[in-house]
Design a protein around this ligand. Structure first.
Ligand SMILES: [Zn+2]
Length: 132
């Protein structure tokens, strides 16, 4: 699952995630062996090494774990967005998700946020967090 400026790289492993994005749902893998939830999509469970999994839709709320402000233009198609804030968020069900932060509250560790999927300049849906 590659991403350059929000352009998704869909493959067989990430198909369930991207299908959820089109429904504005956060879909993650759940291991058939041990039940562990995991995100980003992976071939093997990091807990039990099982390759079996199914997809589940989980809540989109969580708290900010960390963040950075990108002040360098890595992609000419999003130059108008620079600088922008990227946050890693601990989702309540126990996975961590990376996305842009556009909330009105000053970002800080532990800030409660909600995830939506919104189109970028190319029309691709990307994860966006806002404070609650
Ligand atoms: Zn497992």
């Amino acid at each position: 699952m590659a991403s350059s400026g929000g352009a998704p790289g869909m493959d067989l492993i990430s198909q369930g995630y991207w299908d959820g994005v089109t429904r504005n749902e956060l879909v993650v893998q759940q291991c058939d062996g041990c039940g562990r939830l995991r995100h980003y999509p992976q071939h093997l469970c990091p807990g039990c090494q099982s390759s079996g999994c199914h997809h589940v839709s989980i809540a989109k709320s969580g708290t900010v774990h960390s963040w950075t402000i990108s002040e360098h233009n890595f992609d000419t198609e999003i130059v108008q967005d620079v600088p922008y804030t990227l946050a890693t968020v601990d989702i309540c069900e126990g996975v961590r998700v990376l996305g842009r932060y556009v909330g009105i509250d000053e970002i800080r560790m532990g800030l409660s946020v909600i995830l939506t999927f919104e189109p970028n300049h190319r029309g691709n849906l990307i994860p966006v967090f806002r404070s609650t």
